[in-house]
Design a protein around this ligand. Structure first.
Ligand SMILES: Nc1ncnc2c1ncn2[C@@H]1O[C@H](COP(=O)(O)OP(=O)(O)OP(=O)(O)O)[C@@H](O)[C@H]1O
Length: 367
């Protein structure tokens, strides 16, 4: 699957733009703030119905304009697919596949898989465990449509149980039968999610290790570990044991909503002990593992979007990475960088042709 062209109207800092892409490597080069990342975000929007960087749709419309439009032609399983997306201020966004509007945006997600690697991914290391659970959930959801429904069900049961605990704190009476019913519902759903996450990580961790050791040539030892209270004990035992604590805190303190993905360098937390370059290598390996996982469980290769990838990586790691994504099992790639000459020399060195687009103030020149 690859994106043949894209047309933008009033998207972020673009009034209008039309680009024709190469099937292999495309690079957007230009100064800071020129609009390179905005082009990646337009591609992300077309594939996944939302911005990678900003959840507020109306802020994607160019300042002082009333609507934006993004249109692109994909080659997917040897068929042309025209995807159109439009948003008018204060209205619902519209998504069309071959001129037919989707009933539900969820039907679009997963059809045009994509992996973005961006400097913003550092949140995955620096922020709380929720970011890392979201990462796991996002990858599984793109390959298993039931998973997202199960998460919604679990969160609903969790909310009900927490409401009961709050009520008990006021009335000082616990309806044991109701608690048992809520616990049973939570246990069924929690166990399903736990099994899926466990299986996912069994498949995912070897892919991650493979990518990390390739990029860094085994320069350092890192690890990725799935931590869940359900690894240690049955969910029902956890709930029974924590009921007093839950009553005091008025919320459920055990379950898969407490799962964590531990990132370590040596035996120490990556957040505190990894250099910026090591953290970046870790995140890249994580995202490339996502790519390999999606490719394995979906029929074709996702698009790979690399935002500002060269910064903070030494030349050796940059070369290894570019060599891997260009020569190995990857499909269409989009890269942004401030240095035109750097991009040209990296790809010249590994003997890969790159199609260059020079970006300046929301305007594009095919270089
Ligand atoms: N809705 C909008 N309307 C107008 N301009 C916008 C809008 N949203 C973002 N911009 C502008 O887009 C520009 C940022 O573009 P982008 O992030 O693509 O830059 P970049 O070329 O990737 O820069 P860097 O090299 O610094 O990462 C900023 O000048 C910002 O003000």
């Amino acid at each position: 699957m690859w994106l043949k062209n894209i047309t933008l109207l009033n998207f972020k800092n673009y009034s209008s733009a039309e680009l024709r892409f190469a099937k292999t490597v495309n690079a957007f080069v230009g100064n800071n703030g020129a609009g390179k990342t905005n082009l990646l975000d337009a591609i992300h929007y077309l594939c996944l119905c939302k911005s990678y960087f900003n959840p507020i749709d109306s802020q994607q419309i160019k300042a002082d304009e009333d609507l934006f439009l993004i249109q692109g032609d994909f080659d997917r399983q040897e068929k042309n697919e025209k995807i159109t997306c439009g948003l008018k201020r204060n209205q619902k966004k519209q998504f069309k596949r071959n001129k037919k509007e989707y009933d539900k945006l969820a039907h679009h997600i997963g059809l045009f898989p994509l992996v973005m690697i961006s400097p913003y991914d550092v949140n995955l290391i620096m922020d709380g465990s929720e970011e890392r659970r979201k990462f796991i959930d996002n990858v599984i959801s793109q390959t298993d449509s039931n998973y997202l429904d199960e998460l919604i069900i679990y969160n609903k049961h969790l909310l009900n149980r927490n409401s009961l605990l709050k009520q008990v704190a006021v009335t000082r009476k616990l309806d044991v039968t109701l608690l048992q019913i809520l616990d049973e519902q939570l246990i069924v759903s929690g166990n399903k999610i736990f099994e899926k996450r466990k299986q996912f990580l069994l498949d995912f961790i070897p892919l991650f290790n493979q990518h990390y050791s390739f990029i860094t040539e085994d320069a350092e030892q890192v690890s990725l570990n799935y931590q869940s209270q359900l690894n240690e004990q049955k969910f029902e035992d956890l709930l029974n044991q924590s009921i007093e604590k839950d009553r005091i805190l008025e919320r459920t303190t055990t379950g898969i909503h407490k799962d964590e993905l531990l990132f370590a360098i040596g035996d120490m937390p990556l957040k505190k002990f990894g250099s910026q370059g090591q953290q970046k290598s870790f995140l890249i390996a994580l995202k490339l593992a996502q790519y390999s996982y999606l490719q394995k469980f979906r029929a074709f290769k996702p698009l790979l979007l690399l935002d500002d990838i060269f910064d903070k990586l030494d030349d050796h790691r940059v070369r290894k990475l570019m060599e891997m994504v260009s020569h190995h099992d990857f499909g269409q790639i989009f890269i942004t960088d401030t240095g035109r000459e750097r991009v040209l020399s990296v790809f010249k060195e590994i003997n890969v042709e790159v199609t260059l687009f020079e970006v300046e103030n929301g305007m594009i020149k095919h270089a």
